[in-house]
Design a protein. Structure first.
Length: 133
């Protein structure tokens, strides 16, 4: 493959970012709907808002991550970013009605772990996409 084709063009980067954003939003919305009552309660809109906010964050973040993959060590930074994002989401859901801290610790632990696992998946997916495209 010629060297010029190995470079990720701006158009290709945008195409990957668009597809990831759409897949992320649709995938997480489906997962959350599967776990919700039918029809979803009125408060479900806040889940959709959080999914959309993380989607926007991911759009901008992938603009940095995709070009940096292979040029800089990005795995640990990505892991910390998504662990922090999981913790932040737990905090945002906890703040309106704070419960006692010992009872809330599992909530923070689960969402931080989920954010970390999603960060690993996101990094691996982008590493594969960068190599193949």
């Amino acid at each position: 493959m010629p060297e010029q084709n190995r470079e990720m063009t701006f158009e290709r980067l945008q195409q990957i970012r668009r597809r990831e954003a759409l897949a992320f939003f649709a995938g997480w919305l489906i997962v959350m709907l599967l776990g919700a009552d039918f029809p979803p309660p009125a408060g479900f809109i806040w889940i959709v808002v959080c999914i959309a906010a993380v989607d926007v964050f991911q759009w901008f973040y992938s603009g940095w991550l995709l070009p940096a993959l292979g040029n800089k060590p990005t795995f640990l930074k990505n892991l910390l970013v998504y662990a922090g994002l999981g913790f932040l989401l737990a905090l945002l859901f906890w703040l309106p009605a704070p419960a006692s801290w010992p009872g809330s610790a599992p909530w923070f632990g689960v969402l931080t772990a989920a954010g970390t696992l999603y960060g690993i998946l996101f990094w691996c997916l982008n590493a594969i996409l960068k190599r193949r495209l």
